[in-house]
Design a protein around this ligand. Structure first.
Ligand code: FAD
Length: 333
C-alpha cells in the first residue's frame, strides 16, 4: 500500500487539470483497501480509476483511493461461454486486447475507451452499439461504511444509459473491486452501429472489430496524451415523442437526427450543440472540439472554471433554443 500527501492530480485526470489532493493512496488487495477505509473513516473519500471521466473543479481536501489490483482470471466456462473476473484497477482496454487475442468476444466494441475496469462498471460505458451491462454478470464491491463485501447481480446494478445504482442511491457507498463478465466463445459480431460494418470488412473476428473500432475512434476523438478531455462531456438527451413532434414543428425540420429508444426518442447532443453554433468555439482555454462537439477539450491553458463556464453556456443555449436539458456525463468533483 502507498500513501502520499499533498500530491498533484495532474497525472490522474485526462483533462490535464492541476488540482491537488490532501492524501493519495493506492492499495494492492481488498484487505489493504479495508485497512485504508478504517484508517480514514470520516474523511472525505474519492475512489478514482484513470480519471478519464472526472473534472476536478478544485483541490480535493480528502483521501483519494486508487487500485493497483490489475489481474484477470477465468472463473468458469461451458461449451458456449467463459466467465472472466477482472480486478478494478486493470485498464479496460488491456483486458479487451487480451480477450480479442484469445478470440473471446463481447467487449471488442468497447475498445480504446480510456479507464479502468471498476469505473467502467459504475459508468456502464458504451460505444458502437454495445454497453458494459450487456456482458457484466455480476460486480463485487466493498462497503465504504463497514468494509463488508457484497455481490451485485447485473439486475441489482440497475444499469441504464451511462448509469447504474452506483451513480444513484449507492453513490459514494461502495467501491467496486471485481467485475465478472460472461463472454462468448462463439463470435456474434455487432456491427450495426454507424460505419463499423464497412470499416471491419468481410470475415470479422473479435480482433478485426477491435482494430476497426480503434481506427474510427482515432479519426474522431482527441488523444488525451495530446489534448486533454474526458470524452463525451454530455449525455444524449432522451425526450418524449410529443416533445420530439413539437421540436420538429418548432424548427420546421423533420430531419432532426433521432433514435427510437425505450421510453422516448434520443437526440444526439452533438447535433443540438452544433445547431447552437458552439462547434469549435472556446471560453478561455476550453474548446468545444471541432471534430466532435460533444467533447470539450483543454487546449493547454484551460482552468476548471473555463471548462465549467463553457459547459454551462452550451447547456443554457441548448435549453433556450430547443427547450431540451442536456446534462453532463462527466463527474464534477
Ligand atoms: C477520449 C475519451 C473517450 C471516451 N470515450 C468513451 C466512450 O466511448 N464511451 C463511454 O462510455 N465513455 C467514454 N469515455 C469516458 C470514460 O472513459 C469512462 O467513463 C470510463 O469508464 C472512466 O473510467 P476511469 O477509470 O477513468 O474512471 P474515473 O474517471 O477515474 O472515475 C469515474 C467515476 O467512477 C468512480 N469510480 C472509479 N473507480 C471506482 C470503483 N472501483 N468503485 C466505485 N466507483 C469508482 C469515480 O469516483 C467516478 O465517479 C471517454 C473518455 C475519454 C477521455
Amino acid at each position: 500500500m502507498t500513501i502520499k500527501e499533498n500530491i498533484s492530480l495532474l497525472p490522474y485526470n485526462t483533462f490535464g487539470l492541476p488540482a491537488k489532493a490532501k492524501i493519495f493512496t493506492e492499495y494492492s488487495s481488498v484487505e489493504e483497501l479495508r485497512a485504508l477505509l478504517e484508517k480514514y473513516k470520516g474523511e472525505p473519500l474519492l475512489h478514482i480509476g484513470a480519471g478519464s471521466n472526472l473534472l476536478f473543479t478544485k483541490d480535493f481536501d480528502g483521501v483519494i483511493l486508487h487500485s493497483a489490483m490489475r489481474r484477470a482470471r477465468c472463473v468458469s466456462e461451458d461449451a458456449d461461454y467463459v466467465w472472466i473476473e477482472a480486478e478494478n484497477g486493470l485498464v479496460l482496454d488491456e483486458l479487451i486486447a487480451q480477450l480479442c487475442d484469445m478470440g473471446i468476444s463481447g467487449l471488442e466494441n468497447l475498445s480504446y475507451i480510456p479507464g479502468e475496469v471498476g469505473a467502467s462498471a459504475v459508468q456502464n460505458v458504451g460505444a458502437y452499439g454495445v454497453e458494459a451491462k450487456d456482458v457484466i454478470e455480476s460486480v463485487r464491491a466493498v462497503s465504504i461504511a463497514d468494509g463488508a463485501e457484497r455481490i451485485f447481480s447485473n439486475a441489482e446494478c440497475q444499469y441504464g444509459y451511462r448509469d447504474s445504482i452506483f451513480k444513484n442511491s449507492l453513490r459514494g457507498k461502495y467501491i467496486i473491486t471485481h467485475v465478472v463478465y460472461r463472454l462468448n466463445k462463439h463470435f456474434e459480431p455487432k456491427l450495426n452501429y454507424g460505419n463499423l460494418s464497412s470499416e471491419v470488412g468481410s470475415n470479422p473476428t473479435p480482433m478485426s472489430v477491435r482494430e476497426a473500432v480503434i481506427r474510427i475512434r482515432q479519426q474522431k476523438l482527441p488523444e488525451v496524451s495530446e489534448l486533454g478531455s474526458a470524452g463525451s462531456f454530455f449525455k444524449n438527451p432522451v425526450i418524449s415523442h410529443e416533445a420530439y413532434e413539437t421540436l420538429t414543428r418548432q424548427i420546421r425540420d423533420d430531419r432532426v437526427p433521432h433514435y427510437e429508444q425505450e421510453g422516448g426518442v434520443k437526440i444526439p447532443a452533438a447535433w443540438l450543440i452544433e445547431q447552437c453554433g458552439w462547434k469549435g468555439k472556446s471560453i478561455g482555454g476550453a474548446q468545444c472540439y471541432p471534430k466532435q462537439p460533444l467533447v470539450l477539450v483543454n487546449t493547454g491553458s484551460a482552468t476548471a472554471d473555463d471548462i465549467v463556464a463553457l459547459a454551462a453556456a452550451i447547456c443554457k443555449d441548448v435549453q433556450d433554443k430547443f427547450g431540451i436539458t442536456i446534462s453532463p456525463e462527466v463527474n464534477y468533483i
